[in-house]
Design a protein around this ligand. Sequence first.
Ligand code: HEC
Length: 137
Amino acid sequence: MHTRSIFFVGTICAFLTACSEPPDRDPRAVREGQRIYANECAACHGGGMEPGNAAASPTYVVAPDLTLLKRRNDGYFPREFVSRFVMGQLEKDDPASPMPDFSAQGLRNVYPHGGADGEVLETDFENLLDYLETIQR
Ligand code: HEC
């Protein structure tokens, strides 16, 4: 897709997200998302409650605290942004930062033996976003 249309679609989605209250999250989905977070994200972004761990990142770009996404975004969780960023569809502030492109590498710590062909499964990813939404403060 053309870069400009990606931006346009992203803007529409962000607008829709802003207008809708987050639905109640299924506790099982959230627990599953927490497991994925612990395996794939916590090493750099912290345990989910504390700030990121600069030492874990080879270039010492501090990984942002993911519990502050909502606060930093006018009070709503930027689900669409997070989704796109994690899937490598958005430009990083620092192109050399170690934030992985999960659409390319898959959830390799969750599926170390290549389960699900190493791909990021839609459900896994929705669970992860549900979990991230619940840890916003
Ligand atoms: C190897 C370290 C590392 C891992 C693993 C990692 N990240 Fe990151 N992440 C970073 C760094 C560093 C940045 C800052 C990148 C930048 O802006 O250039 C970042 C940025 C982000 C951002 C953008 C936040 C903002 O406010 O701009 C999101 C969202 C994010 N990561 C989510 C995740 C999720 C979800 C996972 C797990 C699926 C994950 N990251 C795994 C290092 C990591």
